[in-house]
Write a protein that binds this ligand. Structure first.
Ligand code: DGL
Length: 278
C-alpha cells in the first residue's frame, strides 16, 4: 500500500495549492479529493462544513494517507480545529491534518509596506475571523480588512469566469474592499479558487497593489514542516504517483481541473455514500 499525501478541497480550487506542493515536493505520492458534488462549501453552516470535511478526511485516511492538507480556506477555518482537537482523538497519533490559514498568516505581513492588507475569501472564511485571529499573533500591528466574495467560487466552478461579464462581479467586491482604506497595498486571495481570477483582479487594481495567491506559501511551509518532522516524512511513499478523485462528474472535473493544475488531469469518481460506510 502507498502512503500518499492527501490534498482536499471542496472542489477544484485546491489544485492551485496542489500544483505548488507538487512542484516544491516532487517524487511523493499524492491523492487529491475534490468534493465537487457538495461544493461550494463557503455559504454553508459550521456543522455542515465540519461534517463534510471530516468525511473526506476519513476517506483519505482509508486510502493510506498519513498526512492530509486541507487545501481549502473554508474547511481550514471551520473544520480544522475540531478535527485536530476532537475527531482525531483516539486515532493513530502519527496521523496529521494541516490547513492553509496558519502558514499564510505567518508570512502575509511581510508583503505589505503600508502595513494595511485586504483579505478576500468566502463568507465562511470571513465570518470565522480566522485570518484576523491568526495574523494578529504574528503581525499585531498589521491592519487587516476583509471582504466576502460569495459569487466568485460559483463563477469559477461553472467556468463562467472566463467570460467578459465576470469582470463586473470581480470589480464589485474589489471596490467594496478597497473602499475600506486607501492605504491597502496587498491583497490576499484567501480562497484557493481565486487564483483563477488573478488576471481579472489585477486588471481592476492600481499597479502598486500586490495580489498574493497562497499556493507557494503553503508549499514552502510544508517543505519546512517535513524537515522538522522526519518521522512523518519517512512514512510517506515516494513513487511519484498522482491520483485525482471527485464526488461528482469526472469529465467536468477533468475539463476544468486541467486549467487549475496546468496539466491534463484524469479523475476517478467516488460517491459520498461511500463516506458513511465504516
Ligand atoms: N476553495 C475553497 C476555499 O479555499 C472554498 C470553496 C467553497 O466555497 O467551496 O475557501
Amino acid at each position: 500500500m502507498t502512503h500518499p499525501i492527501g490534498i482536499f478541497d471542496s472542489g477544484i480550487g485546491g489544485l492551485t495549492v496542489f500544483r505548488s506542493i507538487a512542484e516544491q515536493l516532487p517524487g511523493y505520492d499524492y491523492i487529491y479529493l475534490g468534493d465537487n458534488s457538495r461544493a461550494p462549501y463557503g455559504n454553508r453552516s459550521f456543522n455542515t462544513i465540519h461534517q463534510y470535511t471530516w468525511e473526506c478526511v476519513q476517506w483519505l485516511f482509508k486510502q493510506g494517507c498519513p498526512l492530509i492538507i486541507l487545501a481549502c480556506n473554508t474547511a481550514s477555518a471551520k473544520a480544522l480545529r475540531t478535527i485536530q482537537q476532537k475527531d482525531m482523538q483516539g486515532l493513530d497519533p502519527s496521523k496529521r491534518v494541516l490547513g492553509v490559514i496558519r502558514p499564510t498568516a505567518e508570512v502575509i505581513g511581510n508583503y505589505s509596506t503600508t502595513k494595511e492588507i485586504g483579505i478576500l475569501g468566502t463568507v465562511g472564511t470571513v465570518q470565522s475571523e480566522s485570518y484576523l485571529i491568526e495574523i494578529s499573533k504574528f503581525f499585531p500591528d498589521l491592519k487587516v480588512y476583509q471582504q466576502a466574495c460569495p459569487l466568485w467560487v460559483p463563477l469559477v466552478e461553472s467556468g463562467e469566469y472566463e467570460k467578459p461579464g465576470s469582470a463586473y462581479l470581480v470589480k464589485e467586491y474589489l471596490d467594496e474592499l478597497m473602499a475600506q482604506s486607501p492605504n491597502i497595498d496587498t491583497l490576499l486571495l484567501a480562497c484557493t479558487h481565486y487564483p483563477l481570477l488573478m488576471n481579472k483582479i489585477k486588471a481592476q487594481l492600481p499597479a502598486n497593489v500586490k495580489v498574493i495567491a497562497q499556493g507557494d506559501i503553503v508549499a514552502k511551509s510544508l517543505v519546512d514542516y517535513l524537515h522538522r518532522h522526519p518521522e512523518l516524512e519517512q512514512k510517506l511513499s515516494k513513487s511519484g504517483s498522482m491520483k485525482f478523485y471527485t464526488t461528482d462528474d469526472t469529465s467536468e472535473f477533468d475539463r476544468h481541473a486541467s486549467r487549475f493544475f496546468s496539466e491534463p488531469v484524469t479523475s476517478k469518481y467516488v460517491s459520498v455514500t461511500e463516506f458513511s460506510c465504516k
